[in-house]
Ligand binder design. Structure first.
Ligand SMILES: [Zn+2]
Length: 478
């Protein structure tokens, strides 16, 4: 994809976000840019739809769409698209051209992802055709990739193209120091709205010294993520630490419900309605910040301390799809509140920074229901405490799982690349972690046919590709 940028050797790409304190003129300008980006995005989606329709009816191809070709088309047509019909004025010169380019690029990327998903080139849930964006239902944002992007030396200001110098709500020392020392280079800046705040994400290439700074290089730990406790850390023999769940959302549910009731009594679009909406947005932002802060502090500490970290390769998406059972909704909310996948995601990039190794245990490894004393595997359901039927030792679920994960390394998994599994919807047939079969997992299909996961995956993909090829022969194979 056009946006991909590979960092040079010894450098990594990192983003630093800062809340901004724009002036009222700048706020108006920024809001306008958000709308302009959405407009360019929607225009591009319209073009792509027309091209497809044209091809379907006449069989004539216009050529494969790309950011370059659509960008050229936008430049040719922007005088008509950005025309105020009441005043007869063309308004595009008032908005940075980068904003329009970002919209066109966003739609083109979405289109290409749809195409790849249909031909089975990307795993995961199917990606739909890009949809038209609507104000209020789309994340307000735009990205600058060229032009004057500078962090001012006073560490309190950020200079951007067209918008000029904006005051930052926070001190920018985290990144300004690196830029000044010539250890970081600004690649792009994304301005977005988060609740009632405007934030800037500064994407930089940073030179990171790749020296091993791990405090205990010989330490091997297993990390079990959960809801009761966010994480439990154990060595091969004992539990050495745990991270309590801050239950950020759960603690504020009462307040959230009160605000939502209050809002629904008010007239849609009124001043009071908007005021309550702002309060709700602030509450959600507070929850998100608290959750992120807790997890970031924890993962940085882990990555800096231990030589080898073992985590479970949980399929969080399928956990979140549980339905039907009593209490399923609140369980899903609890799972979301715990941000289960986030710890693993952060460890994936932080471990290489500090020189530690992250190992993802096979998702079919029964870490919770294997007794760590005798190795007997039994069904334990959702219970927190359980007793082994073989050696009658009692276990706390998370403690036991963490110890088993730490031992996963000695099971001969080091060296062998951990397969990420066949990430496909067919997997929702299996409740994650409830399968005791080891090695190549098998899936039971809808008509009771048993087939291997890899085979099932390729069958599905071949089918999707055939359908796609029949419908759009021209677009296939890019
Ligand atoms: Zn036992």
């Amino acid at each position: 994809m056009s946006r991909r940028y590979a960092a040079p050797e010894g450098q990594i790409i990192q983003a630093f976000t800062f809340a901004l304190d724009p002036t009222s003129t700048q706020v108006a300008q920024i809001n306008r840019f958000f709308g302009a980006r959405r407009m360019a995005f929607n225009w591009t989606v319209e073009q792509l739809k027309c091209d497809l329709e044209h091809y379907r009816t006449t069989g004539e191809s216009i050529g494969p769409p790309s950011f370059y070709s659509l960008g050229k088309r936008w430049n040719a047509q922007k005088n008509n698209v950005c025309l105020n019909t009441h005043t007869g004025e063309v308004w595009w010169p008032e908005v940075s051209k980068e904003v329009f380019a970002d919209g066109v690029r966003g739609a083109t990327d979405a289109y290409l992802r749809w195409q790849k998903s249909r031909t089975g080139q990307i795993a995961g849930r199917p990606v739909g055709f890009p949809r038209f964006k609507k104000r209020g239902r789309d994340r307000d944002r735009f990205t600058f990739t060229t032009g004057t992007m500078r962090l001012e030396a006073d560490r309190r200001h950020l200079t951007l193209p067209v918008l000029g110098t904006l005051r930052t709500h926070e001190n920018t020392r985290r990144i300004e120091r690196l830029v000044w020392l010539d250890r970081a280079k600004v690649l792009s800046v994304t301005v977005s709205r988060q609740g009632d705040r405007v934030i800037a994400a500064v994407r930089v290439a940073v030179a990171r010294p790749q020296r091993a700074t791990v405090a205990q290089p010989d330490s091997v730990v297993g990390i079990d993520v959960g809801v009761r406790r966010l994480a439990t850390v154990a060595t091969r023999d004992e539990v050495i630490g745990e991270l309590a769940n801050p239950r950020a959302l759960e603690r504020r549910l009462g307040e959230l419900r009160r605000l939502q009731r209050q809002r629904c009594r008010r007239t849609r679009g009124s001043r009071q309605y908007r005021a309550t909406t702002t309060k709700i947005a602030r509450l959600h932002a507070e929850v998100a910040h608290l959750r992120h802060h807790t997890i970031h502090v924890f993962t940085t500490d882990l990555a800096k301390t231990h030589g080898v970290l073992v985590v479970e390769d949980l399929d969080v998406a399928s956990l979140l799809q549980q339905k039907g059972l009593p209490g399923a909704r609140s369980r899903r909310r609890g799972l979301s509140d715990a941000a289960l996948g986030e710890i693993r995601r952060q460890l994936r990039y932080k471990c290489p920074w500090y020189g530690s190794t992250l190992i993802e245990a096979n998702r079919f490894f029964p870490s919770s229901k294997t007794c760590h004393d005798c190795g007997y595997v039994q069904t334990i359901g959702w219970s927190e405490h359980w007793t082994c039927e073989e050696c009658s030792s009692s276990h706390q679920r998370d403690d036991n799982a963490a110890i088993n994960l730490a031992r996963w390394v000695s099971l001969g998994s080091v060296g062998a690349p951990v397969k990420r599994g066949a990430e496909h919807q067919t997997e929702s047939h299996l409740a994650a972690g409830e399968d005791t079969r080891k090695g190549s997992p098998t899936l039971v299909g809808p008509n009771n046919s048993v087939r291997s996961a890899a085979r099932a995956d390729s069958l599905e993909c071949t089918h999707a590709a055939t359908v796609f090829k029949r419908e759009f022969p021209h677009y296939h194979g890019r």
